[in-house]
Design a protein around this ligand. Structure first.
Ligand SMILES: [Zn+2]
Ligand SMILES: [Zn+2]
Length: 126
């Protein structure tokens, strides 16, 4: 059995790793974090963040859900809108989630989770 490189540390896992990709859109910037997690640590992470994301479905109007998913504050008038896109790649499946964040929770998340600034715009503009 191969030694897997789970984000939490090298250890043995009977299953393939899952990939968690978070992207935080805070125009004009965006931040991201990628994690590779084994089944057990994915479950623990899931529980720790208390995610109540909406599952994104095709054609869904993302403007319909105006509350911050972390603190519950209504922030309909907040411009620009801050959004968190979460994708979990697990075995052969891909699960997309989406949530809206208020400004304060957004800033807290970038710091707490050490999210990196996405520099893809810089690359593309060259
Ligand atoms: Zn693990
Ligand atoms: Zn909030």
């Amino acid at each position: 059995m191969p030694h897997v490189r789970c984000e939490v540390g090298p250890h043995r896992s009977p299953n393939a790793l899952s990939y968690v990709y978070e992207r935080l859109s805070t125009p004009p910037q965006s931040f991201f974090r990628r994690q590779r997690l084994c089944d057990r640590h994915l479950a623990e992470w899931h529980q720790a963040v208390q995610i109540e994301f909406e599952l994104v479905e095709d054609g869904q109007d993302l403007q319909e859900l105006p509350r911050c998913y972390r603190c519950g504050i209504a922030q309909i008038d907040q411009v620009p809108v801050r959004e968190l896109f979460l994708t979990i790649f697990r075995k052969d499946t891909q699960e997309d989630h989406w949530a809206r964040l208020c400004n304060a929770c957004c800033s807290a998340m970038v710091i707490h989770d050490s999210m990196k600034e996405d520099d893809s715009r810089a690359r593309y503009s060259q």
